[in-house]
Design a protein around this ligand. Sequence first.
Ligand code: ADP
Length: 242
Amino acid sequence: MKRNGIVVEDLKKIYGSGETAVNALKGVEMAVMPGEVVGLVGPSGSGKSTLLKCLGAVIEPSAGSMSVGGQTIYDGRWMVRDLRALRRDSIGFVFQAPYLIPFLDVVDNVALLPMLAGESNAVSRKRAHEMLEALDVAHRAKAMPSNLSGGEQQRVAIARALVNRPPVVLADEPTAPLDSRRALGVITLLNDMARHYETAIIVVTHDEKIIPTFRRIYHIRDGRTYEEQGEGIMTYEQTAEK
Ligand code: ADP
């Protein structure tokens, strides 16, 4: 699969029909390149969750088009037959809470995704280990999630989102519960991972601590997106000086 990031054109989503119809997305335009981390920012009710669910192939848009990794996945209708495989192989998800499986150790939490994609046990664990190493938590491979710190759990969750090398990662408020230093740590990590694995990463956030780190921000208001050039990644010290 070519790694062309994610491209969204004139995306619309209408919930319901007739008098009670809600136009949640009114023509969203977005393009995120491999290696890029962009912010998606907007007030409550502006359409962030709806857009994320459409991008993640969790709900069906009403019109427009979307492509992921160079493959058109939606063009007025779904263009791929197996949406579950698409979500599993092409889109990584990172949430506010890590949602690790409590009865699997760290390496199995990460290895589960390649296994579900049909890889052997041995290959899946090897890939999981490599990803844990990249995220600096390989020394915790045999630990159970409940024995990890919050920061370690979030790293494992990021490893899991990236292990199948998806062209796109969608992160929903990934830093909300973290203090400034840890929040900026997660963003630095996402930037490093995006560059290293040529992943396009979209971070939905309200978090004032991390908004200055984005080179590009999509603001969403009333179902439409507006692009802004951001300040770009800063170090923790620079942010603290502001
Ligand atoms: P945000 O995530 O920015 O808070 P949402 O995407 O949840 O915004 O909502 C956008 C608009 O779509 C809001 O007006 C909301 O009430 C409406 N909406 C969201 N989900 C549904 C649904 N399942 N049915 C009907 N309307 C919905």
